[in-house]
Design a protein around this ligand. Structure first.
Ligand SMILES: [Fe+2]
Length: 307
């Protein structure tokens, strides 16, 4: 028998053995979780996600609290806050800005301030963000992180799932790791945002935001962990592979985000905020609330060029 499952077996899902996932780890190898003194941190799963309490984000964040939030973000990859009803668009922007300059999105509608994108979903505009992805990977410098705030939530449904892409990488079979080592892939906004766009406008935007190449596996700039960095919305192909092989390999890589052991699922309430490390996770907005309304606002923090 072959030492590793074949690509075909992996694609059929039959290689995913039942039983514990041994070696799931939140932190880089050899690092231990340190206590948090200024915020309360309740892990959502053994791997990813934490609910943060003891903090009102409508108030200025002290340097001590900022340092702990920053550390928690690297450890848990996505932080959840409840009942932040007093956070306005301007306060949302100011909070996110503590991590760096914010992006002004060229395609999505703005909220009450320019750096906030507003997702207003309902019967007229159904939610289509139900594909695993990281935000704005079609940019040369994709977002470091995103801060998403629930303004109006459906009676039920509309959760967001997050997947730890370092775990997704760690658990790849060795021969797949070998196959993607040193490879780069092309990311392009055209697939989701080009649909229905006027051809002249599309050409103009493609000149302004040409497709970019990013490593298939990026090294997280803060934690040093290897992280799978291709996604089903923006990644078109792996450079240097025949089309069919690139497609097969990408399908396999995209599937990794769908493993429940790598995930956390967040149920939104009005006033909830999620802050994720866009370099470390992918997310999936469950689109099960049509035709109810779901209104969210997002700030995205500019990141660095993946390497
Ligand atoms: Fe997104």
């Amino acid at each position: 028998m072959a030492p590793y499952p074949t690509l075909q077996a992996l694609l059929s899902g039959r290689s995913l053995a039942a039983g514990p996932r041994r070696g799931l780890r939140r932190l880089p190898e050899g690092e231990e979780s340190q206590p948090y003194d200024h915020i309360t941190v309740a892990p959502c799963t053994s791997l990813i996600g934490a609910q943060i309490s003891g903090i009102d984000l409508a108030e200025p964040v002290t340097p001590e609290v900022f340092a702990e939030l920053d550390r928690a973000l690297l450890e848990f990859k996505v932080l959840f806050f409840r009942d932040q009803h007093r956070v306005t668009g301007a306060r949302h922007r100011d909070f996110a800005q503590m991590w760096g300059e914010l992006e002004v999105h060229p395609f999505l509608p703005q909220g009450e301030v320019a750096e906030i994108v507003r997702f207003e979903k309902g019967a007229e505009n159904a939610g289509v963000e139900n594909v695993w992805h990281a935000d704005v990977t079609w940019r040369e410098k994709p977002a470091l992180g995103s801060v998403l705030r629930a303004v109006e939530v459906p009676e039920a449904g509309g959760d967001t799932c997050f997947a730890d892409m370092a775990a997704a990488y760690d658990f790849l079979p060795e021969h797949v790791k070998t196959a993607i080592r040193g490879r780069v892939a092309v990311h392009d906004f055209t697939l989701p945002f080009g649909i229905g766009m006027d051809p002249d406008k599309l050409k103009e935007m493609q000149e302004k935001y040409p497709a970019v190449e990013h490593p298939v596996v990026r090294i997280h700039p803060r934690t040093g962990r290897r992280t799978l960095f291709v996604n089903g919305i923006f990644t078109t192909h792996i450079v240097g592979l025949p089309e069919e092989e690139s497609e097969e390999l990408l399908k396999l890589l995209f599937q990794q985000a769908s493993v429940p052991e790598y995930q956390v699922r967040f149920k939104w309430e009005a006033g909830s905020i999620a802050f994720w490390d866009n370099r470390a996770v992918q997310h999936y907005a469950v689109s099960d609330y049509f035709p109810q309304r779901r209104v969210m606002e997002r700030a995205a923090i500019l990141g660095d060029r993946p390497r």
